[in-house]
Design a protein around this ligand. Structure first.
Ligand SMILES: [Zn+2]
Length: 1032
């Protein structure tokens, strides 16, 4: 080892230049991490494959500015030098550096780190007076030459740089070591990777524009990091996350301060930040430091409802003045990918002081307009595009960004769905070919077969148990199966054995790899209860790995038909059907009986029956939505769900017993009492009392709150109860006191997710925990060290966040489908735009209504911008008149010269549905009163109180999907792509190129887990539980 000195010129955050001398050790052996190594390097961990045409080595400038290009998984064989990595760390900060580090760790990215500055022969000391960037480029070039020689010239090495002088100086020095600029490199080596080249151009343009920026200051400079830090410590500044008010995005934001950063005790609320200057370039979500303004300048937050037409500009009412401040610095940017809409041509021209710069409007109203330099302004107009923010200097009114990917034309279904997913940070990158390659494929030539070694270690149920699955029609991801049989009587009487068998996914899935459908249907993780046939008391429980053979793959309607004794076609039954059919039907009946009792036990404990989302999309073989199916409460849904809940409960007990400090459970905290106010007020208006002191009291009082004349009343009360609920959450057992393990909705003291490992990551963790628990019982230690309480709690929080995002995406996507359905209909003439609605909440300037026919909820305003109110005519119709509004607990009245109109809680009225279009954001549904009487549907539907109109809803989705299908067909034809897919492709199509509708559907399921968890019971099984009974 050689000791030398390294001189660093660093810049302090105050801007001072500091010269630092560091000892620097050089070694002869520094691992190269290439599989072509000829020198026995100690290459441990990730190693570059030799199966590429060349290795590529970005210089410091490329690594610093074009990291996004290097993130393309297609670009393989990347060697990051230590020099380049340090450049990223020093000039781009911790966040970008972490991104690079995770890239280096990620096994899916073919890149490695070469510590060139520790390598005795590749290190070059900086010469006196040599500019830093020149020196860095020289270092990387020397590293490239060394690397090439080290591999004995077996692989060409391409260094990429943005420095044209370096290209000229180095490119012909060494045979086998090439020097190219990035653009030429992409064009030469990756001509197929158009997206990378486009991204390159977009970033390059943005960098160029930044260099030519003006110097006039628009904002105050941010304070340096050390000043902020000291200021926060001393209590002068307050640290927190900036939250922009969506409805007043330009004017109002709040800083939610975190921790006890502020010493002054008077501050116990958010800090208001008014206007763009005070916000000082902070973007929604950023961690900022704020300074309070003098008390004389404090202001109040806006309280008037600003949504929709009820708002009046001059009518803004402000609350009491509150702590108000200004942003003095940014502690951490939390920028993500944003979807923006490019303006139409007219606007581009009018705003083009510089023709290359476009102001694009983000879909998220809380994000400011983003200035994007592009040469494709014409091509992009009216398109939705993913952009990333680059910088926001004090001289620039708007932040600068660059475009990453075009999603499509605004308003098209595919574009809108993608937008929702991206805006909620739900990433669905297609699986790479390499990943698909590692999947064990079962083909006629080499069929998958059971491994004899596995047979020995597993309990073999293939001959002894009738195993079957019940799922939604067309379900592909069958991961849960059931069994039930009688056991020989024991000392205490008759016995039953209930079994829940879940695909043993963790046996196959090494992290990130795919699994074989065939295989996962045979290996299972099972929970089997030996039960007293009368009381269902548990004699013993067995947990373990099994080998199963599922005899029937049933769907709900079929299973229910068998239970009802109806004629039904069971595909698996051949000619000798009678005996087998009787056996299957018997099993289903026993299962139903058991589930009823289990449910009754939970009911005693206070399990809630709540109201989830009302519609569910039905998928065909190609996973396209063919219809929106209304809730059809079949008992078999509940039966399956109840068995899954039971399995989840018992697995939770098991893993918590085995790992009291580090098991992943799921709890549902009781809701805050004040959230029930609306429910209680509304119920009282109808003469019902809702007791919310416990889940049991709530369940009982909801059961009693039934209006025999209008079943909707009970349904709406349950909707309101659901809205009052908090989310169920994952947690690590060590991070939460035992008395908080309780699941309020399910009325269970322990709960987790075990039954859906294909769909949910949490279930995979639980499978691993259960495996470890079983191993421990047998006296063996777990195969791999388990996550610590702290690690597991972090994972739990991450899944909880993802869940929340999915829930939001689900809500927005429902609105999207509704808007797409009504968008092309003329609300004035189309009968489908007029519907019956029920008032369920009274608000200051209107009311909230529910439209059963479309499963739609929304606000109806009774006062408009002109100060007019809705007034009822003699014939029951309504129009706008000058007048006043009066709100009461259970009704709202309008008074005009004509008279007084009253709107009561739970009253049926007639509304007109239209769409408020928005070019840059999502469209919104608008509702207005047509009459304050129930809707009299035209001749075809005489009875308005019919079971909630299934027709309307399925029409809605059918039409939306038909339009989308036509559009996509046209697009396919345009692309001239063969639409025929191989069987294998079809099978894994969702992975290869996700079908967006099915994806949304999955997001919906995910999002609904919490509702489903509460809603599994009575006649009110939530839609999600129908979609996937295992998700409870
Ligand atoms: Zn080597």
């Amino acid at each position: 080892m050689i000791k030398t000195e390294k001189v660093l010129h660093l810049k302090s955050s105050r801007g001072r230049k500091v010269r630092v001398v560091r000892e620097h050790y050089l070694r002869e052996h520094v691992p190269c991490y290439s599989s072509l190594c000829q020198a026995q390097c100690a290459n441990e961990g990730k190693v570059l494959s030799g199966e590429v045409t060349h290795y590529v080595m970005p210089d410091a400038g490329v690594a610093r500015d074009f990291m996004e290009i290097l993130e393309f998984r297609e670009i393989q064989g990347i060697v990051f030098t230590q020099t380049a990595c340090q450049a990223v760390q020093h000039s781009r900060g911790r966040r970008q550096y972490n991104r690079l580090r995770s890239l280096l760790k990620d096994p899916r990215h073919h890149c490695i780190l070469f510590a060139n500055e520790f390598q005795e022969y590749s290190y070059c000391p900086r010469e006196k007076g040599e500019p830093q960037d020149k020196w860095q480029t020289r270092c990387v070039y020397h590293a490239a030459v060394w690397y090439h020689d080290h591999l004995a010239g077996l692989k060409p090495v391409v260094m990429i740089t943005e420095d044209q002088n370096a290209v000229a100086e180095y490119s012909s020095l060494n045979c086998g070591v090439y020097v190219l600029c990035t653009q030429e490199y992409l064009q030469t080596f990756w001509p197929e990777l158009q997206a990378a080249l486009e991204l390159y151009c977009s970033i390059a343009q943005s960098l160029q524009e930044k260099g030519s920026e003006g110097t006039e200051r628009e904002y105050t400079e941010h304070l340096p990091a050390e000043v902020l830090e000291a200021g926060i410590k001393s209590g002068r500044y307050i640290q927190g996350t900036l939250n922009v008010n969506k409805h007043r995005a330009q004017h109002e934001a709040f800083v939610r301060f975190e921790g006890s950063s502020n010493k002054s005790s008077e501050l116990n609320s958010d800090v208001l930040v008014c206007g763009g200057k005070n916000r000082n370039r902070a973007v929604h979500g950023d961690m900022v430091a704020v300074e309070l303004l003098p008390k004389g300048e404090w202001r109040g937050r806006t309280t008037a409802l600003t949504e929709g037409q009820g708002e009046e500009k001059g009518d803004e009412t402000q609350s009491q003045p509150m702590a108000t401040g200004r942003v003095v610095g940014i502690l951490q940017r939390n920028w993500r990918d944003y979807v923006v809409t490019f303006p139409p041509k007219e606007e581009t021209q009018s705003q083009s002081r510089n023709s290359q710069r476009i102001l694009a409007t983000p879909w998220d109203q809380r994000i400011p307009k983003i200035r994007i330099s592009t040469q494709q302004a014409d091509k992009l107009q009216d398109h939705r595009v993913i952009v990333r923010l680059d910088s926001w200097d004090s001289t620039s009114l708007y932040p600068n960004g660059h475009s990453v990917r075009v999603l499509g034309r605004a308003g098209e279904l595919e574009t809108e769905v993608q937008t929702i997913l991206i805006e909620n940070c739900i990433h669905v990158p297609p699986f790479s070919e390499a990943q698909l390659g590692e999947m064990p494929v079962s083909s006629p030539e080499s069929p998958w077969s059971v491994d004899p070694a596995e047979v020995i270690t597993r309990r073999d149920l293939r001959q002894t148990h009738l195993v079957f699955s019940v799922d939604p029609r067309g379900c592909e991801d069958v991961d849960d199966t059931l069994s039930i049989r009688s056991l020989p009587p024991g000392p205490r009487g008759e016995r039953l054995e209930l079994g829940v068998h879940i695909a043993d996914v963790t046996h196959f899935v090494k992290e990130g790899s795919l699994t074989d459908l065939e295989a996962r249907a045979r290996y299972a993780m099972s929970v089997m209860w030996d039960l007293d046939a009368q009381t269902l008391a548990v004699n013993t429980v067995w947990y373990g790995r099994t080998l199963i053979q599922s005899s029937y793959q049933l769907y709900y309607e079929l299973a229910q038909a068998l239970l009802n004794g109806e004629e039904a076609e069971v595909p698996e039954l051949g000619t000798i059907r009678d005996a087998k059919l009787a056996q299957l039907t018997q099993a289903l009946e026993t299962l139903t009986h058991v589930a009823r009792q289990l449910r009754a036990q939970r009911d005693k404990g206070g399990a809630l029956e709540l109201e989830g989302v009302e519609v569910r999309a039905q998928l065909d073989e190609d996973r396209n939505i063919t219809a929106l199916v209304p809730r059809q409460p079949l008992e078999v849904h509940e039966t399956v769900a109840e068995c899954m809940i039971y399995a989840n409960h018992w697995v939770a007990r098991k893993i918590q017993e085995s790992f009291p400090q580090q098991a992943l459970l799921r709890h549902h905290p009781p809701p805050r009492q004040e959230f029930f106010n609306q429910l209680q007020d509304s119920a009282r208006a109808r003469g019902f009392t809702i007791d919310t002191r416990s889940n049991k009291a709530l369940a009982d009082s909801l059961d009693r709150a039934v209006d025999p004349r209008d079943p909707l009343v009970n349904r709406l009360l349950r909707v309101m109860a659901t809205m009052a609920m908090s989310n169920a959450l994952y947690f690590s057992t060590g991070a939460c006191p035992v008395d908080q393990y309780y699941h309020y909705g399910l009325a269970l003291d322990r709960y987790t997710h075990f039954t859906s490992p294909i769909r949910r990551y949490a279930d995979m963790i639980v499978h691993r925990l259960l495996t470890a628990a079983i191993a421990m019982e047998k006296g063996a230690g777990p195969a791999k060290a388990l996550a610590s309480n702290k690690e597991l709690e972090e994972v739990a929080q991450q899944i909880n966040n993802k869940n929340r995002a999915a829930q939001h995406a689900q809500k927005v996507s429902t609105e999207l489908f509704q808007c797409l359905y009504f968008r092309d209909k003329d609300p004035e003439t189309d009968e489908r735009c007029v519907a019956d609605a029920v008032i369920y909440t009274i608000r200051a300037n209107g009311m909230l209504v529910f439209i059963p026919q479309y499963g739609l909820k929304g606000a109806v305003y009774l006062k408009n911008r002109e100060g007019q109110v809705v007034s009822e005519r003699q014939d029951g119709g309504c129009d706008w008149q000058t007048g006043s509004l009066q709100r009461y607990l259970d009704h709202i009245t309008t008074t005009t010269a004509v008279g007084t109109s009253t709107f009561n809680l739970f009253q049926h009225i007639t509304v007109r549905i239209s769409v408020e279009p928005s070019r840059c954001h999502s469209d919104t549904i608008r509702l207005e009163v047509v009459s304050n009487r129930p809707h009299q549907a035209p001749e075809t539907q005489v009875q308005t109180s019919q079971p909630q109109g299934a027709r309307g809803r399925s029409q809605l989705v059918q039409e939306v999907v038909r339009q989308a299908e036509e559009a996509s067909q046209q697009a396919e034809e345009k692309r001239g792509r063969a639409s025929k897919l191989s069987t294998e492709e079809r099978e894994f199509r969702q992975s290869k190129c996700p079908n967006l509708y099915s994806l949304l559907e999955e997001v919906r399921e995910l999002a609904l887990l919490d509702l489903a968890a509460c809603g599994a019971g009575g006649g009110g099984l939530g839609a999600a539980a129908q979609a996937c009974a295992t998700s409870a």
